[in-house]
Design a protein around this ligand. Structure first.
Ligand code: MTE
Ligand code: MO
Length: 505
């Protein structure tokens, strides 16, 4: 019995240590050791696991990774507590120390947005110290002081043990509770930013079709897909933010957030797409961005001969490589500071990110950008390129059926299908729908907003009882038809036609 209690003690010790570390992470902005481990898991996962992780990171599996790591820890801690209750107290404490050390090592090698080394290592250090102390405490609380004591026939002082463990649990819960307030939400950082009026504003929004279930032309910020490799979203104070523009340039430039706001600002609707998006998938969204044209900044610093790339780095050290040509060929590549009329949400790169029409996010859309180096592709390799994705990746013409959803039941008679199609930089000129193996029929298109956004479409058809397959294809504004050749996302984006099967009754 007391061994089971010992295991419980181990779990409480681990929980208290993790809670203490979480609190310190909230205070310092350094990585919680669990997250430091998680980021390494993400960075080091092999191909398919990585693809899965990246694809699902924006959704429920981000917490899942944390939960997985915590469950593993708790199991080991329970075993340590159990061993401790069998009298091997030093071993139990050593295991706790070992776990804490692992966290510290991961924090040392981790990509982190923490401001200083102390901030980066403090959460893991505190976790380690609390883990050792807490494990020592619980493994010493149980064993009876007087062997053979009549009240403790099995040599285990249950009362003292439970008191100690309860006290520890209260401390842990207190730390966890305090952590919720410690870092704050950081929203005051965003609230302080006043989004300036753009020098060159976008026109009124008029490209929107309103069909129930269709993706709205503008994706609300809260619904915008999210893909990155972080468990802890950076909360950068714009007053501390600085962008360094350097490399193959005539004169280096360091820009503060206020200095960025003083430049020429353009407002544009641009549809962002993730290379990991499967045919028919959700990892694409359209927003109205305000930002400084990258071309203006490049002109200011003077690009030297021989440069063909920009290597941009986010605050956590992740790198992205973008062709210089895409930043200077006249398209609206921007350092964005507003998204749909608000400062960027933290999840989407606050305070500043890059947005480049026509390129998948992983080669262009650096969130939390802090460094911008003009360079040559042959002189570096970027984070995703190191993981098997193409160095250059223009967005492929794609179309998606939003309604009806796959395997939906539809009433017989006149029915509506609707969705979106995108071919950023080229624009969409035609969308067609095929019912079963019938002829391709034109869908109705929303008005053109610009070449860099998706276009909504609707299609009326007469639904007859039975099972039917709807397939969609788009033609870009250069007249090129979307390919029906199926390709998976890796290495440079999925292709193939999206279809959906519906039951008509
Ligand atoms: N710092 C940083 N920026 C990043 C990424 C990242 O992992 N880290 N992911 C990129 C990828 S793969 C995509 S598709 C877009 C997604 O931007 P969103 O999360 O705002 O939709 O951001 C890009 N910028
Ligand atoms: Mo992406």
């Amino acid at each position: 019995m007391h061994r089971a209690l010992g295991a419980l003690g181990g779990v409480v010790a681990a929980g208290t240590a993790l809670a203490a570390g979480y609190l310190v992470a909230g205070l310092t902005g350094g990585p919680w050791p669990v997250d430091a481990v998680g980021v390494q898991v993400i960075d080091r996962s092999p191909g398919p696991v990585k693809d899965w992780a990246v694809r699902s990171l924006g959704t429920a599996d981000r917490p899942l990774l944390r939960v997985g790591i915590c469950v593993t820890l708790v199991i080991v801690a329970a075993v340590a507590g159990w061993i401790g209750a069998r009298g091997h107290r030093r071993t139990a404490v050593a295991i706790a120390g070992g776990l804490g050390l692992v966290g510290l090592v991961f924090a040392i090698v981790s990509r982190s947005s923490a401001a200083s080394t102390v901030d980066r290592l403090l959460p893991a250090t505190v976790t380690l110290v609390v883990a050792v102390l807490a494990m020592a405490l619980v493994t010493h609380a149980g064993p009876a002081r007087e062997p053979g004591d009549a009240e403790q026939p099995d040599g285990f002082d249950r009362r003292r043990f439970l008191l100690t463990v309860s006290a520890l649990a209260v401390v842990g819960a207190g730390a966890a509770g305090a952590a919720r307030f410690a870092g704050g939400s950081g929203q005051e950082l965003r609230a302080r930013v006043r989004v300036p009026r753009p020098t060159d504003a976008a026109g009124p929004l008029q490209a929107s079709l309103d069909v129930p279930g269709i993706s709205p032309f503008t994706t609300p910020n809260a619904k915008f897909y999210r893909v990155d490799t972080l468990l802890q979203v950076p909360r950068i104070d714009p007053r501390d933010w600085e962008l360094r523009i350097h490399g193959l340039v005539d004169k280096e430039l360091r820009l503060s957030f206020d200095q960025l706001l003083e430049r020429r600002l353009i407002e544009r609707d641009i549809t962002l797409t993730c290379v990991s998006n499967e045919v028919g998938g959700p990892y694409t969204g359209n927003a109205r961005w305000i930002g400084v044209p990258v071309a203006d900044l490049l002109r200011e610093v003077g690009v030297r001969q021989g440069a063909d790339a920009v290597k941009s780095t986010s605050v956590d050290g992740l790198t992205i490589g973008t062709p210089l040509a895409a930043l200077t060929d006249g398209r609206d590549a921007i350092l964005a500071l507003a998204m749909n009329g608000e400062p960027l949400p933290f999840e989407h790169g606050f305070p500043v990110r890059m947005v480049v029409p026509g390129l998948y996010g992983y080669v262009s859309a650096t969130k939390w950008i802090v460094d911008f180096e003009v360079t040559r592709f042959r002189d570096f390799s970027a984070y995703w390129t190191d993981r098997g994705w193409s160095v250059e990746a223009p967005i492929k013409t794609s179309s998606r059926i939003d309604v009806p959803k796959g395997f939906a039941t539809v009433k017989a008679g006149p029915a509506v299908a609707a969705g979106v199609a995108w071919a950023q930089r080229r624009g969409i000129s035609k969308v067609e729908v095929q019912v079963d193996n019938g002829p391709w029929q034109p869908a109705r298109l929303a008005p053109v907003d610009g070449p860099d956004t998706w276009r909504q479409w609707t299609f009326r058809w007469n639904a007859t009882p039975g099972t039917h397959k709807l397939t969609v294809r788009a033609t870009d504004a250069t007249g090129e038809l979307q390919t029906d050749r199926q390709a998976s996302p890796r290495p440079n984006g999925s292709s193939g036609l999206h279809n959906t099967v519906v039951m008509v009754e």
